[in-house]
Design a protein around this ligand. Sequence first.
Ligand SMILES: [Zn+2]
Length: 233
Amino acid sequence: MEQTELLWQYQQADMAADAFENEMKRNPTRIALKKNRDFLVDQQNAVKRMEQEVAEMVDRVEIIKMAVVRLEEQLAALTKRMESNPPADLKQAQDMARDAQKLLKDLTDYEGEMKRIQKDAADRERLEKDIRMKYTKVKSEYDKQKEAYEAEYEKQKEQLAQKRALAKEKSVGIAPELLEKYALIKKHCTPPVARLYSDQCGGCNMSLPQVTLRKFKNSQYIECENCGRLIIQ
Ligand SMILES: [Zn+2]
């Protein structure tokens, strides 16, 4: 058999294997599986983020608690001073009142912050619970899908291996440099080999000039100047 005819038959087997592999990638179960897996990873990250935020809140609460104790001590000391040493005049009384107000205001601010943190923490807890529930549901669905798909995938892998083996068989007898050329063209143009029909490239339909067509006299194949395919007759 002519080299070009062998190459043509090899291409058919090679293209069939490629098409099958692409079909495998487009498998709806595989796509659904990937979507669910991405969702699960997102949820895991969200929970991790929330746990981190809650840990930061706990740290902040500790700091506030210490600050509150300090303020209360200061307030007690101020009260004691006022009792044991009452202000002598209006100016002194005003100063003490201002000090007390400042301490009370700081206490109120901390109280407000505490409340906000508690609310935030409760929100996160609710959200986390919600996420965990959804996660469990999707995870069980995912596990089932995965099991079913893996069985299907094993079967398909076997079929693909058979198709690849068949293509390999068909490549026997083809000159290595021709196969190399084929592989090189395939990187940017597929299928890499096209038949000539009414003086046109069967791949890109470009009309070929007579000067190019004349090369068939000395060669089994020519190259399309437009798409780079190997053209055979
Ligand atoms: Zn072409």
